[in-house]
Design a protein around this ligand. Structure first.
Ligand code: NAD
Length: 352
């Protein structure tokens, strides 16, 4: 199939594209603006494939989107392009409204126009797959898990913009009959993760002898999923799921933030011991909490397993070990990012 991947130069998008080029016969067009978060170096492994193409453009640019549809004639759109960092959404929500809401609308509008012009057989096979987050569901107490039927209750500018984009996608399905799919996934981690996010930030700051910031009391819980497991889930959904479907995707690996930081420190202590023989855990520093910080996320992914036979293959312990090794071996990738962006700085703290 011809698969148009928006945001394919980002963390999850590039994992999906590497998987589709390396492990399927699909042809892929990456449509990506290359914001601060996008890196063509994450796609170096597929750059020479005859089944891979790239366009640098903004999903808010209707003409660029229209031209991409006309030239590539996608059978599937997997929409991952977004502003994705909660802390940045606190400091500067405008970009989140623009890309996540206006951009998703623009893409839907153009997809509908293109889809209406397809012959009936191709119309039936077309899919618009929106990749979203579990953060749209709000925050859990100590018990329970989010599922496909959990009501929306977003609380940050990021999650509100993603919730809005989910609603738009669903509306285009109900109102116009566009064959849409939505997946809501828990926190991802793994290779090529932008250094502003907790796991790569902790690894990189640890190695450079800096403090390892832990927000609030460190007890906020996230359900961690190895990014390659997510890419496999996305492929299963757009290849097999019935249009109109929603799927909750998660790792079944709940950890508090401070547990995550401690596991990273233990891995680094083994793989790259500190010169003074002490543990990296001594660099942990509790800092002011993120305003409105959701307490706990967890996913019930039983529909993914029952309908599509998907479940995570990589345990949290194995995934973290692979991730720490990857960052140790790929300093060139993240150093190039640090040279152009102050990625590991604190963002989204309260301003009085
Ligand atoms: P990312 O920030 O690493 O990558 C986003 C990509 O989108 C970048 O390549 C960027 O250049 C591109 N982009 C941004 N604005 C654009 C625009 N206006 N036009 C075209 N391209 C643009 O994000 P990620 O972590 O890979 O997340 C991908 C998607 O998955 C997002 O929609 C996010 O909401 C969702 N998601 C992420 C997680 C997670 O843990 N990272 C979990 C669940 C869902």
């Amino acid at each position: 199939m011809r698969v148009l991947v928006t945001g394919g130069a980002g963390f999850i998008g590039s994992a999906l594209v590497r998987r589709l080029i390396g492990g399927s016969d699909h042809t892929v067009l990456v449509f990506d603006k290359l914001t601060y978060a996008g890196s063509l170096s994450s796609l170096a492994a597929v750059a020479n494939s005859g089944r891979y193409r790239f366009i640098q453009a903004d999903i808010c640019d209707a003409r660029a989107v229209e031209e991409a549809f006309k030239a590539f004639r996608p059978q599937v759109v997997v929409h991952l392009a977004a502003e994705s960092h909660v802390d940045r959404s606190i400091d500067g929500p405008a970009a989140f409204i623009q890309t996540n809401l206006v951009g998703t609308f623009t893409l839907l509008d153009q997809a509908l126009h293109y889809w209406r012009g397809l012959p009936d057989a191709e119309k039936a096979g077309f899919r618009f797959h929106h990749v979203s987050t579990d953060e749209v569901f709000g925050s859990l107490g100590d018990e329970g898990a989010f599922s496909e039927s959990t009501p929306y209750d977003p609380r940050s500018p990021y999650s509100a913009s993603k919730a809005g984009s989910d609603h738009l996608v669903r509306a285009w399905g109900h109102t116009y009959g566009l064959p849409v799919l939505i997946t809501n996934c828990s926190n991802n981690y793994g290779p090529f993760h932008f250094p502003e996010k907790l796991i790569p930030l902790t690894i990189i700051r640890a190695l450079s002898g800096q403090t390892l910031p832990v927000y609030g009391d460190g007890a906020n819980v996230r359900d961690w999923l190895f990014v390659e497991d997510h890419a496999r889930a996305l492929q299963a959904v757009f290849e097999q799921a019935t249009p109109g479907g929603t799927y909750a995707i998660g790792g079944g690996a709940e950890r508090t933030n401070v547990e995550v930081v401690r596991v990273i420190c233990a891995n680094l202590d083994r793989a790259r011991p500190r010169g003074d023989g002490r543990s990296y855990a001594e660099q942990i520093a509790y800092v002011a909490d993120r305003p409105g910080h959701d307490r706990r996320y967890a996913i019930d992914a039983s529909k993914m397993q029952a309908e599509l036979g998907w479940r995570p293959a990589v345990t949290f312990e194995a995934g973290i070990e692979m991730t720490v090794s990857w960052y140790l071996e790929n300093g060139d990738w993240w150093q190039a990012i640090l040279d152009r962006d102050d990625a590991t700085a604190r963002r989204g703290a309260v301003h009085d």
